[in-house]
Design a protein around this ligand. Sequence first.
Ligand SMILES: [Zn+2]
Length: 267
Amino acid sequence: MNFIDSHAHINDEAFDQDRDQVIKRVFENGTYKFIEIACETHEWIPALALCEKYPSRVAAVLGVHPQVAQTYDDSAKHKLIELLQNPHVAALGEIGLDYAYLHACPKETQLNVFEEMLALANKVQKPIVLHIRREEENYEPYDTAFHFLKHSWTPVSTKYPGVLHCFSARYEEAKQALDHGLLLGINGCFTYKKNEYIREAVKKAGADKLVLETDCPYLSPQGKRGTRNDPSNIPLIAQWVADYLNMPVEKLAEITTQNALDLYNLK
Ligand SMILES: [Zn+2]
């Protein structure tokens, strides 16, 4: 089985001591590609360097995370527009709204930068990687984000114009994402005991709408919680999803790998 980790942060400092060994092990254990997400300005160039080091195995997604939206100034904007032209860049992200981090970045700044990021996606014609996080049971950031997509976004005309990464909401939110043509990024959150509502929503959405991700070094799957996550856990996450959807893991691997290739326009 060939898996793709559609969302990883391998350049995170958590991997500073053994990055190359981790990557070697990942490629030997079923995950043959991963997508490096660089969503802070200082991460952009190192992400492209990682792609150069592992050609055809690593692609990059560049953007500005809502938690650090205030760092998006004119110089960042010019740099990002330039770097998005690099052939290693598969998408723009992760961008969106994070209402659990309003203490780190105020709502108004998040909204302004999200709108700018969507304008940029329209301009450079790249798919988007969407990050939406709510605070407690307030689903408002989903409604707000989808409102922005409806009014400020022109999806690229590829099979999938984007992904709602780290899907951790109800079917109502899944449905809105699917209506915009987005895939759902499924990670360790799917495996946690208390998250039956996520599993139910994913089942209703169906395997055809999924890509697998780790969001490493965070969100290790059940059984490995509290340890550092990495893309070699993708087969484990796949097994959880396949079991819940009552389908062979080989079939799930085939579907989700093809979805990731289509989403990021990779061979
Ligand atoms: Zn992430």
